[in-house]
Design a protein around this ligand. Structure first.
Ligand SMILES: [Zn+2]
Length: 151
């Protein structure tokens, strides 16, 4: 069984137990999400879908909400307006990202020291499930653009 088969099985189970329709659109969105290596937004997913399986923005929203609900993806809220999603894998439990203030590019990085200190932390009256750390700044590309041009 591939990772996608497992994902599909979990999603099918969720749709059936909630009596939602098992539409080809929903599975096409799931397949596209499975191919994503990084965070994605509703809009980036929507534009990715247009080439092979055009779906409406409403369908994307709807399906993402279902996938968050059945815990197959994670919703990241950066600020009021910015919401990104990510497929859930075992290493998502501990995730660190750099986020560019200009272009929004997100890159994952690992840092065992951070992971270990979160793991060791004991929370009062709270059971942690996962954590995300965001380091905001400027990516190299945007930094280059901001440099004054030499004459
Ligand atoms: Zn940038």
């Amino acid at each position: 069984m591939t990772d996608f088969d497992k994902l599909k099985e979990d999603f099918t189970h969720y749709l059936e137990s909630n009596r939602y329709r098992k539409t080809p659109e929903r599975y096409a969105i799931l397949r596209k999400i499975d191919a994503q290596e990084h965070l994605f937004s509703v809009y980036s997913l929507h534009s990715l879908m247009q080439a092979e399986f055009p779906v409406s923005l409403a369908t994307i929203y709807n399906t993402l909400n279902m996938l968050v609900d059945c815990k197959l993806i994670i919703r990241h809220k950066f600020e009021e307006q910015i919401v990104m999603y990510e497929k859930k894998t075992s290493d998502v439990i501990m995730s660190n990202y750099t986020v560019c203030n200009e272009c929004g590019k997100t890159t994952k990085f690992t840092d065992n020291n951070i992971s270990k200190s979160v793991e060791k932390k004991i929370f009062a009256k709270f059971e942690p499930s996962h954590y995300s750390l965001y380091v905001f700044g400027l990516c190299n590309k945007c930094k280059q653009k901001k440099l004054p041009t030499k004459k």
